[in-house]
Design a binder for this molecule. Structure first.
Ligand SMILES: Nc1ncnc2c1ncn2[C@@H]1O[C@H](COP(=O)(O)OP(=O)(O)OP(=O)(O)O)[C@@H](O)[C@H]1O
Length: 266
């Protein structure tokens, strides 16, 4: 079976400093993979490379068997044209730390913009779907609300609905709760957890270890630009692997994790 996402021997450096050093990672259809790792491990860079917001220096990234950002001609890879890249990116939903909603558009219009302009949906169809998505993220009453009138957690939930409106095959979350006040983290994690159960393929970079252990099919630990551990949560909890032990000894979010767990079970 072709992996939904296949990262093969990816390398990336900035100004001669290696940030990704031979990263290989496969994610199957419907899997939820949570990526953990200390600050600077290369997690965000990997997500940016998967979405081809950054070109890789070596290696390949494929989504459903199709190379992202490149095409193969003979033995060589050539960067694809912008229009083709935009078409590829449509299949990859991205939710980042900062929500980047359009401030002059309502929640509804933020969500319908892509489907209308890029997918060519009519206003009625796009709005009906956007309303369903707003309800799905618990914001059914906020269609006409502008981002400045929403809390950070609510804005992030609109950003998730906006990504889903493009019907992505793969969802990437890059620290979706890191910019939020602690009391707003739970509402966003609840939405992501519900999504995880819908069967959509997801890669979630997070510092919320407790959450990762709860929702992930696999926990991937990165350190110094490589994947140093990759296993189901059950194994992660009990492993004596030195990388995991070293990482967990620096995890300070245990109180936050407890409150997250409480928020999740509300
Ligand atoms: N555009 C860039 N130019 C130069 N260096 C960069 C750039 N982007 C990232 N880096 C460097 O690459 C390293 C990895 O950064 P990255 O953001 O991928 O780590 P991370 O694991 O996501 O960390 P965090 O958990 O703090 O977000 C860091 O040392 C960072 O300073």
């Amino acid at each position: 079976m072709t992996a939904m996402l296949s990262v093969q021997h990816v390398k990336k450096a900035y100004g001669g400093v290696s940030v990704l050093r031979d990263v290989t990672l496969d994610v199957d259809q419907g899997q939820v993979v949570c990526v953990l790792g200390s600050s600077g491990a290369g997690k965000s860079t990997l997500m940016r490379c998967v979405a081809h917001l950054e070109p890789v220096d070596a290696g390949t990234i494929s989504v459903e068997g199709q190379l992202v950002g490149y095409e193969r001609r003979g033995n060589h890879l050539h960067e694809i044209r912008e229009a083709e890249l935009c078409r590829q990116r449509r299949g990859i939903g991205m939710v980042f730390q900062h929500f980047n909603l359009f401030g002059h558009l309502t929640a509804l219009d933020n969500i319908t913009l892509g489907p209308r302009k890029v997918l060519g949906l009519g206003r009625g169809e796009a709005e009906a779907e956007a309303r369903d998505l707003l309800a799905q993220v618990g914001l059914g009453d906020h269609a006409a609300t502008y981002p400045r009138q929403l809390s950070g957690g609510q804005q992030q939930r609109v950003a998730i609905a906006r990504a889903l409106a493009m019907h992505p095959r793969l969802m990437l979350f890059d620290e979706p709760t890191s910019a939020l006040d602690p009391q707003l983290v739970g509402e966003v994690l609840r939405v992501i957890r519900a999504l995880a159960h819908t069967g959509i393929t997801m890669v979630v970079v997070t510092h919320e270890v407790h959450f990762a252990l709860e929702v992930a099919d696999r926990i991937v630990l990165m350190a110094d630009g490589t994947v140093v551990y990759d296993a189901p949560p059950s194994q992660f909890r009990s492993t004596t692997d030195e990388h995991v032990t070293a990482f967990m000894s620096h995890v300070t979010d245990v109180p936050a994790a407890v409150s997250t767990a409480e928020a999740l079970t509300e």
